[in-house]
Design a protein around this ligand. Structure first.
Ligand SMILES: Nc1nc2c(ncn2[C@@H]2O[C@H](COP(=O)(O)OP(=O)(O)OP(=O)(O)O)[C@@H](O)[C@H]2O)c(=O)[nH]1
Ligand SMILES: [Mg+2]
Length: 475
């Protein structure tokens, strides 16, 4: 996400940061490069132009030439302006009705159904009801049902007999009836939030517009959210303008930003459409959703990382007690394979670790496997897990009893080689050694600490000797 533009910014930063002076000509040159970078990242032409103009006048007004550290000063202005450009503050959904209704709409395959489940999980306190108002695509109802289970939300499906109704090939009437019945159900079952997953179409056609309008009229949703695929770039802006003109939307959700290295649509959206982005989707799992925080996104784009979001995500899944216990054992050099297994489980709960590492400032993650060569390899984690799972409880707790024949058995059981098993044992010993050398300190209490700096070495089977030492930078 935003890789392209972030890399360019990091280069610019390197050039600017240490500057003791900055001439007017150099500032012009800097702005020119920045404009080209934005265009390369597929930022809308008008948006890029407007942003650069604002920046230009802001830099002039700050009298940057007189400043003691003009490079830094310029970067600060860029950051502030970018955050403003992205929308000043995070827009939150505020619900006043009970039940409140969110209607999701958008073209085919952009991630509506997935997003419905993500939202249900995010607002689980409101006992959300997920409504499958899509009988057009086969299996769409079942898809939402499965996702509802994953997000722990209630689920409402069209009546069985409705699916085969004649004279309604697009299911428009069935979908509307489903929504109405769902609202009634929600009132009776104290679901405070109703999330409607509508049917996608290949194009914005009359059929679709008609269906959405009918649902809107009948349910008066508090939020009508347009789901957009970040991958389509500027086409997302065009779609928004058309949808907004035809049915009226409250704002947008951008999905698949994990797969989009440019992020141009996200950057231009507010300026071009005047509408807010509420959420972004960053993966296929129900947990892969973020509130669109303009300031955090700006700092991510500038390569400053987004430590705040990372800390929140880690806090959500990591069992603090377990981490503390593990840290204590680590300090005492008493780590065994059970601890390693626990750690693996926590890491996999965190999801894609390279995504987490992406939030660290550029440069801090070098050597951690987050950059280049595809980052952490989940299959390596799986392999490690398989080896540990093939050990008996006794072996896991007392690694020293692992002799040649035990190692052979474990290798066979896990589909690996004795060499792999040996390597893992070495890694455990290394962790124990590391702990003995380390001075007692807070850093080790961090749940990521045993991975930090040596991510690939400890958990995976990489042969790296650890990366640069990870330092948490205060921001
Ligand atoms: N990488 C990535 N994939 C996503 C994301 N959101 C959804 N997907 C995937 O995109 C595909 C389509 O997602 P759906 O949620 O079914 O899309 P939809 O808009 O409901 O599709 P229709 O109902 O057919 O219109 C699925 O394979 C999802 O797993 C995301 O944020 N990132
Ligand atoms: Mg769908």
């Amino acid at each position: 996400m935003f890789d392209l533009i972030r890399d360019a910014f990091v280069r610019l930063k390197r050039e600017l940061a240490g500057r003791g002076s900055l001439s007017e000509k150099e500032i012009k040159e800097f702005l020119r490069t920045l404009r080209l970078t934005l265009l390369e990242a597929d930022v809308n032409y008008k948006a890029a132009k407007a942003f650069i103009e604002r920046l230009d006048s802001k830099l002039a007004a700050t009298e940057i030439y007189k400043s003691l550290a003009p490079g830094r000063q310029a970067l600060k202005v860029v950051y502030e302006e970018l955050a403003l450009f992205l929308g000043a503050k995070a827009e939150r959904l505020e619900f006043e009705k009970s039940p409140s209704v969110i209607l999701l709409l958008g073209l085919q395959g952009i991630g509506k159904t997935t997003m419905a489940a993500k939202l249900a999980r995010l607002y689980s306190g409101k006992k959300p009801l997920l409504v499958a108002a899509d009988i057009k695509r086969p299996a769409a109802v079942e898809q939402l049902e499965a996702l509802a289970k994953k997000s722990g939300a209630d689920f409402f499906a069209p009546h069985q007999s409705a699916k085969s109704s004649r004279g309604d090939p697009d299911g428009r009437k069935v979908n509307l009836d489903t929504c109405l019945a769902a609202l009634k159900h929600a009132k009776e079952h104290s679901n405070e939030l109703v999330i409607i997953d509508s049917a996608g179409r290949l194009h914005i056609d009359d059929e679709m517009v008609g269906e959405i309008k009918e649902i809107k009229q009948a349910l008066s949703p508090e939020y009508t959210l347009l789901v957009l695929d970040g991958l389509v770039g500027q086409d997302a802006l065009r779609q928004t303008e058309e949808f907004h003109a035809k049915v009226g939307v409250s704002g947008a959700i951008l999905t698949k930003l994990d797969a989009d290295s440019r992020g141009g649509a996200a950057i231009s959206f507010r300026h071009v459409t005047g509408l807010p982005i509420y959420f972004i989707g960053t993966g296929e799992r129900v947990t892969d959703i973020e509130i669109f925080h303009p300031d955090r996104i700006a700092s991510r784009i500038l390569g400053e990382g987004d430590i705040q979001t990372m800390v929140e995500e880690v806090r959500q899944v990591v069992d603090e007690n377990q981490s503390r216990q593990m840290a204590e054992k680590l300090m005492a050099g008493r780590l065994d394979f059970n601890d390693l297994l626990n750690q693996l489980k926590q890491v996999s709960k965190m999801g894609d670790i390279s995504k987490l590492l992406e939030r660290l400032p550029a440069g801090m993650t070098q050597g951690l496997g987050a950059e280049g060569e595809g980052g952490f390899d989940p299959s390596e984690l799986k392999r490690t897990e398989a080896i540990i799972l093939s050990m008996t409880p006794e072996e896991r707790a007392n690694p020293e009893i692992l002799d040649g024949s035990r190692k052979l058995r474990i290798a066979r059981g896990s589909g690996t080689t004795p060499r792999d098993v040996n390597q893992l044992i070495k890694q455990l010993e290394m962790m124990q050694g590391m702990a003995k050398m380390a001075k007692p300190g807070k850093a080790l209490l961090s749940p990521l600490a045993p991975l930090g700096g040596r991510g690939r070495t400890v958990i995976g089977h990489g042969s790296g000797h650890g990366g640069k030492k990870k330092k948490r930078k205060k921001r």
